[in-house]
Ligand binder design. Structure first.
Ligand SMILES: *[C@@H]1O[C@H](CO)[C@@H](O)[C@H](O)[C@H]1NC(C)=O
Ligand SMILES: *[C@@H]1O[C@H](CO)[C@@H](O)[C@H](O)[C@H]1NC(C)=O
Ligand SMILES: *[C@@H]1O[C@H](CO)[C@@H](O)[C@H](O)[C@H]1NC(C)=O
Ligand SMILES: *[C@@H]1O[C@H](CO)[C@@H](O)[C@H](O)[C@H]1NC(C)=O
Ligand SMILES: *[C@@H]1O[C@H](CO)[C@@H](O)[C@H](O)[C@H]1NC(C)=O
Ligand SMILES: *[C@@H]1O[C@H](CO)[C@@H](O)[C@H](O)[C@H]1NC(C)=O
Length: 509
């Protein structure tokens, strides 16, 4: 039948999704079928780690409703260790972790959270503690014995075992195999900074791979230590800005699939180096790129603005969409000019870009990014939005162009500062300046969404308003999408067809 042929030709992305969801294994170890979410101490605390920090953070993640928004893993980064025991097993620093690691895992599990651990595919970790190169089996078993659920595996002191994909593959595969051999489900997060193109080969043995040097808390400031502006990079470095990483990621985003994600690095939201609009852009674009969303701030001292960004369930629902298709940068203006030297990591000080992505059930996400300093009116045509359908080369009609679409603004229902403040102080008897001006009682205010009770997939299927943002307009057939975008800002829309043809198409799949 003609229509079922269309549904096969519809988009390259849909075919990829078909392969991922019905063509056998979608994740080599069954984990991270949607991008992992959690918290890691590194961006805010560096080496200042101990049991108390993890416990206090975990408690606040529960109290603030962040666990139930999906932030599941509490990830301990570098500097936890005290070398190896006489039998060669890694051991925790007893001053920092007086009850040992098994205790930390047990506590986190009792709170409904997962425990993330850190090592490096090198002789040492980046802070020069003992690491796992050549010790993969023993260390993986140690982590499994401790009850670890997640391993962030760094790339420092790798003794020159890099420079070809095969060298790096083999080094990371050794730990992948060792983790699988323990029999414990352990999410495997490769942190090799995009070296040797992991997006080309890591899908069969890792749940995510870093695709750039380390992020830092700047929207677009270039830094000599992060020299590359493209994915083809021999010195990934660190101190990479949000715009630097986003532009590097654009060409490779579609290498991701359920169970295997491009990791754009941990979030800086809340660390005070960016404005609220810049943090919204950072968070939104990481989400629609299908990056893992790992909070990188001091959760115990979150401001209401920080909490309300991390708590935007309508944006999280894009990240956790069951189809797992990363957004595509449809255009960038002015076009990328790689040979010039720029004063900012946006390709020019006035860079704008438009991104679109297919979602489960026939919906689309559309995002306008304005990296310029001042506000901009931005527009995208239906041919931009449905670029993959328009360019299949099949001569088949593109039904999406003929439909009327409801346009939902995914930041329009951001939690108010008053509500966020009430959550932050929610279990304390103190003034909260709640919306009605009175002091809050001990009742915990309601978070935006509870994904523990109802998964994002089920919430979307039930049209939960918390996941849809606010309907702001409709787009007629062959219409244009328009957005007023603040400087260094973003506007993100969910598009839903009134005709429902997109929904029928999915049913046929
Ligand atoms: C979310 O739902 C779960 C399961 O129903 C419940 O245990 C938990 O307390 C809820 N979380 C919040 C923040 O309401
Ligand atoms: C090494 O010793 C520790 C206790 O110090 C023990 O927990 C661990 O299982 C031992 N590892 C091996 C490989 O024997
Ligand atoms: C720009 O970069 C390309 C690729 O590296 C190079 O081949 C070309 O010569 C460069 N052009 C200029 C004007 O530098
Ligand atoms: C806040 O709630 C947590 C967990 O329920 C509890 O451990 C803590 O003591 C409470 N804090 C106050 C000030 O009530
Ligand atoms: C409540 O608001 C007032 C006035 O804006 C401010 O002075 C006060 O510090 C606030 N209290 C709390 C607990 O946020
Ligand atoms: C709220 O609590 C503060 C501090 O306990 C108190 O000074 C204030 O009068 C209270 N405000 C109201 C409206 O109850």
């Amino acid at each position: 039948m003609a229509r079922s042929i269309w549904s096969y030709l519809a988009t390259a992305a849909a075919l990829l999704a078909l392969k991922a969801t019905s063509g056998g294994a979608s994740s080599y170890n069954g984990l991270a079928v949607t991008p992992q979410m959690g918290w890691d101490n590194w961006n805010a605390f560096g080496c200042e780690v101990d049991e108390e920090l993890l416990m206090n953070t975990a408690q606040k993640m529960v109290d603030f409703g962040l666990r139930d928004l999906g932030y599941h893993y509490v990830i301990l980064d570098d500097c936890w260790s005290d070398g190896r025991t006489s039998n060669g097993s890694l051991q925790a620093n007893a001053a920092k972790f007086p009850h040992g690691m098994r205790y930390v895992a047990d506590q986190l599990h009792s709170m409904g959270l997962g425990f993330g651990m850190y090592s490096s595919a090198g002789k040492y970790t980046c802070a020069r503690y003992a690491a796992s190169l050549g010790m993969e089996k023993q260390d993986a078993q140690t982590f499994a014995d401790w009850g670890v659920d997640y391993l962030k595996y760094d790339n420092c002191y790798n003794e020159g075992q890099e420079g070809t994909s095969m060298l790096t593959y083999n080094r990371y595969k050794a730990m992948s195999d060792a983790l699988v051999a323990t029999g414990r489900p352990i999410l495997y997060s490769m942190c090799n900074w995009g070296m040797d193109y992991p997006w080309n080969w890591a899908q069969t043995m890792a749940n995510s791979w870093r695709m750039s040097g380390d992020v830092y808390d700047s929207f677009d400031r270039p830094d000599a230590r992060c020299p590359c502006t493209t994915y083809d990079c021999r010195l990934p470095g660190f101190h990479c800005s949000v715009m630097n990483i986003l532009n590097k990621a654009a060409p490779i985003l579609n290498k991701a699939q359920p169970g295997a994600w491009n990791d754009l690095d941990m979030l800086e939201v809340g660390n005070s180096g960016m404005t609220d609009d810049e943090y919204k852009t950072h968070f939104s674009m990481w989400a629609i790129a299908k990056s893992p969303l790992i909070m990188g701030t001091d959760v115990t001292r979150m401001t209401p603005q920080t909490l309300s960004i991390y708590s935007n369930a309508a944006i999280l629902a894009i990240n956790q969409d069951p189809l797992g298709i990363p957004a595509l940068r449809v255009w960038q203006s002015p076009a990328q000019r790689q040979n010039e030297t720029y004063s900012v990591d946006a390709y020019t000080a006035s860079e704008t870009s438009f991104w679109t992505g297919q979602l489960n059930g026939g919906d689309y996400v559309a995002a306008f990014v304005n990296a310029g300093p001042g506000p901009a009116t931005m527009m995208a045509t239906m041919n931009d939005i449905f670029i993959d359908q328009v360019t299949t080369g099949s001569n088949a009609p593109v039904p999406q162009l003929m439909q009327t679409w409801d346009v939902f603004d995914l930041w329009a229902n951001r939690m108010s500062d008053a509500s966020a403040q009430a959550i932050i102080v929610g279990n304390m008897t103190m003034a909260t300046n709640a919306t009605d001006g009175s002091n809050a009682t001990s009742t915990l205010p309601v978070q935006t969404y509870n994904a523990t009770a109802t998964s994002y997939a089920d919430g979307l299927a039930a049209n939960d308003p918390a996941l849809l943002g606010v309907k702001v307009s409709t787009m007629a057939p062959m219409g244009t999408l328009v957005a007023q975008v603040p400087g260094h800002g973003v506007v993100v829309y969910r598009l839903r067809s009134q005709g429902g043809a997109g929904r029928r198409k999915r049913d046929e799949l």
